[in-house]
Design a protein around this ligand. Structure first.
Ligand code: PMP
Length: 394
């Protein structure tokens, strides 16, 4: 049987990790994989997570199954974090999922159950796994322009022109904040225009929010999601706790489905529970319980918010430093976008040859589309990267 399996192309980013590991150079710099790293290159456990885990070990008296939707307190806490009071709680069905990936997958599954003919529109580019999962599920999908290679900002005219072809019932997948891989995000005014267009078309928005707190702060990073969720009768939201709680391997995420009335909430909830049952039964609980404890305990929450804010401001500072250094070296503002971008990533907008040169000649590893992980830098490596970019341009 197994001989009939076809070869699977290796994940490009994971292949990059392997290439970095194998590189013997001491001064190599890893700007590839999308994991937060501090100035020493470590991905530490948040203080609040450690405390919550200790408490959980002490206080947990049973590990018996939760519900198919996961711990209801987790859904409540995540609805509160992502949506605030934008949408009444009784209009939202929610399930815990294995990470944001699980939330995206279950969201697509829900679309397939409800409307198998729907086309899922996604930004070009988007997180590659969106496309990979949609391909695997054999769902209809269509890209919309998003990134202007010239300015390294959002190609808003292109985006709106492409979304004009959205059909009623189609699903439009948007990033809540900190767009991956580009770092370029919509302004509030642009979000309002997208909302008006999608409402006009009768489309259903789906939001993937995986970096809340990494851009402009917890509240500001939720603004796009809240504006959209508040404007539609129906909306899907896939949220990840991997980055903002640093619980990557615990697989902690949530899928929310906003519905117009109690009957459809009940229907959506039953289908979402069913999807969890079919795919893995009960969702992972450890990370969800830790996140819930942090969000609902004022002391833990304050400590988590403080640490998250430190991380956010650190990345912002690195952005400013890198943009400043490149402005100085090139005597131009053509890399000013790095300071405008938000989140962990920026797409530099340079070609594959230059990405290759940076790797070969300078030991600097970035994704092939020239996405860099800002958190892979520190105050010492920013000037090295800037100098290497300028050298490679020649
Ligand atoms: N969506 C986006 C846009 C992402 O960048 C990621 C993480 N790379 C995810 C979803 C999924 O994250 P996870 O499954 O690790 O929670």
């Amino acid at each position: 049987m197994l001989e009939h399996l076809k070869d699977q192309a290796p994940d490009k980013i994971l292949a990059l990790v392997a290439a970095y590991k194998a590189d013997p150079r001491d001064d190599k710099i890893d700007l590839g994989v999308g994991v937060y790293k501090d100035a020493k290159g470590k991905t530490p456990v948040f203080r609040a997570v450690k405390k919550a885990e200790h408490r959980l070990v002490d206080e947990q008296t049973s590990k018996v199954y939760t519900t198919l939707a996961g711990d209801p307190a987790f859904s409540d806490a995540m609805v509160d974090l992502v949506l605030g009071d934008t949408v009444a709680r009784d209009r939202i069905a929610a399930i815990a999922t294995p990470g944001g990936t699980g939330a995206c997958r279950q969201g697509f599954e829900l679309v397939r159950l409800a409307n198998p003919d729907a086309t899922i529109w996604h930004s070009d580019p988007t997180w590659p796994n969106h496309i990979s999962i949609l391909n695997f599920m054999k769902m209809k999908k269509s890209p919309f322009r998003y990134f202007d290679e010239e300015t390294a900002l959002v190609d808003f005219d292109g985006m709106m022109a492409d979304l004009a072809a959205v059909a009623s019932g189609d699903v439009v997948l948007l990033h809540g904040c900190c767009h991956n891989p580009t770092g370029a995000n919509l302004t509030a005014d642009q979000v309002a225009q997208v909302i008006a267009l999608l409402k006009d078309k009768g489309a259903v928005p789906m939001i993937d929010i995986a970096y809340q707190g990494f851009g402009d702060g917890l509240e500001d990073d939720a603004a796009t999601t809240r504006a959209i969720a508040g404007a539609f009768d129906e909306c899907l939201i896939a949220a990840s706790c991997s980055k903002n709680f640093g619980v990557y391997r615990e697989r902690t995420g949530v899928l929310m489905a906003i519905a117009p009335d109690a009957e459809l909430v009940k229907k959506a909830q039953a289908s979402m529970n069913f999807l969890n049952r079919q795919n893995y039964s009960f969702p992972p609980d450890h990370g969800a319980r830790v996140v819930t404890m942090i969000l609902t305990d004022p002391e833990l929450r304050a400590d988590w918010e403080a640490e998250l804010e430190e991380i956010r401001l650190g990345m912002l500072e690195l952005r400013k430093q890198l943009a400043g250094e490149l402005a100085r070296l090139t005597n131009s503002d053509r890399y000013a976008f790095i300071a405008t971008h938000r989140g962990m990533f920026s797409r530099l907008g340079v070609g594959p040859e230059m990405v290759e040169t940076l790797r070969k000649d300078h030991g600097i590893y970035m994704v092939g589309d020239s996405r860099i992980n800002i958190a892979g830098l520190n105050a010492d490596t920013v000037p090295i990267l800037a100098a290497a970019i300028v050298a490679a341009e020649k």
